[in-house]
Design a protein around this ligand. Structure first.
Ligand SMILES: *Cc1c(COP(=O)(O)O)cnc(C)c1O
Length: 368
């Protein structure tokens, strides 16, 4: 069947098709493969059947050719380090810390000119685009959860001939569909929603242009950043349940955001699903859902936020996001977030798929 909905693609893509085949792809543990004519198979170069099955599924979901990497950072590095020397990259000033660090390093090494701009400020981005050949974006700023005007930024960057790459980790399929809307390249940290169980590190790049895919594949071959077969198997198993996990997590996030917003113990809630959130209208226009990350500041700042992290029982105090289990952390613990002005008392909550009443009871008790 063609033209399946993403929920069906997530379940069906990348399965073996032959009579008598197993329903799931096997975990193929081999570095070299027997020569077949001219193909001198080696897993770092030509890939591996288990990795290919995962790539087929993510490629089908995003509508392009997917390349699986050993981590999200390996995927980000393949783009950043593969830019021609002397290029100009426009990157978000508040972005994933590793992204900020890797572009800063490219600048320090004298390879790239890097312009950091607040991607929620469309005017600032447009002003920075002159002469740029790479525009890197994220679908949400993290952890402030502003919603950039992706269609406007993408169109402006394309007009100027810049390559547009988007880190869509916070908005996994089917929320964003960015290749259909002008992005050249979509990246996900598979560690987060695609894997979904906090048990695997992975990254993926998806693109449509054959030359771009070939260049990125070459970077992966040269730097050895390909995903392992075990990790690809786990990640594909995660993708099978992506849409139901996301549905539940988003419904939980919406409910918790509303409860928190109405609570006098909470000074501020940031979640684009709230009707009065500054990013609500943009997010409603651009995405098929509001995601499952909620940031909030308890009254009482840093001390109150730390108390919440100490007291939660069902919710885990830890970094990362996108797993079945809810995770919370005070982001200003990280020097990078402090430097970029994240409020001391801001908690980022990655909402999982537990029962929402239990999650609220845990937060309610932790808020004291
Ligand atoms: C976690 C994360 C990354 C990095 O991915 P790893 O798999 O940890 O290397 C990149 N971007 C975003 C938005 C992330 O949340």
């Amino acid at each position: 069947m063609t033209d399946l909905q993403p929920e069906s693609v997530a379940v069906s893509a990348g399965r073996p098709h032959g009579a008598g085949d197993p329903v799931n792809p096997a975990i193929v543990l081999a570095a070299p493969f027997r020569n077949a004519g001219d193909v001198n198979g080696y897993a770092r170069n030509e890939g591996n059947p288990t990795v290919a099955a995962f790539e087929a599924a993510v490629g089908a979901l995003e509508g392009g050719t997917a390349l699986a990497f050993a981590s999200g950072m390996a995927a980000i590095a393949a783009v950043a380090e593969g830019r021609p020397s002397g290029g100009i990259a426009v990157v978000p000033s508040v972005a994933y810390s590793g992204t900020v660090a890797i572009y800063a390093e490219q600048q320090r090494l004298g390879r790239l000119e890097v312009r950091s701009v607040d991607i929620a400020d469309t005017g600032a981005v447009l002003a920075a685009l002159d002469g740029a050949d790479l525009r890197w974006l994220e679908t949400r700023t993290n952890p402030l959860l502003s919603v950039p005007d992706l269609p406007a930024l993408t169109a402006a960057a394309k007009d100027r001939g810049a390559l547009v790459g988007v880190d869509a980790t916070f908005t996994p399929p089917p929320l964003a569909g960015l290749l259909d809307r002008g992005a050249d390249l979509v990246m996900h940290s598979v560690t987060k929603y695609l894997g979904g169980h906090s048990d695997v590190l992975g990254g993926v790049l998806v693109a449509r242009d054959d030359d771009l895919v070939a260049r990125l594949r070459t970077r992966r071959t040269l730097t050895g950043g390909i995903a392992s077969p075990f990790d690809a198997y786990l990640a594909l198993r995660g993708v099978r349940t992506l849409s139901v996990r996301l549905e539940r997590a988003q419904a939980n996030a919406q409910h918790l955001a509303e409860k928190l917003a109405a609570d006098p113990r909470v000074a501020r809630v940031r979640y684009p699903g709230l009707a009065d959130d500054p990013g609500h209208e943009r997010a409603a226009r651009q995405y098929r859902g509001f995601g499952a990350i909620v940031s909030f500041e308890p009254v009482g700042g840093r001390a109150a936020a730390e108390a919440v992290c100490d007291r939660v029982e069902l919710i885990t105090h830890g970094t990362s996001l996108g797993g079945v289990e809810s995770l919370i952390e005070r982001r200003a613990r990280h020097a990078g977030d402090r430097a970029s002005g994240v409020p001391e008392g801001l908690l980022r909550l990655s909402v999982g798929i537990e029962h929402v009443d239990d999650l609220w009871a845990d937060l309610d008790a932790a808020l004291g």
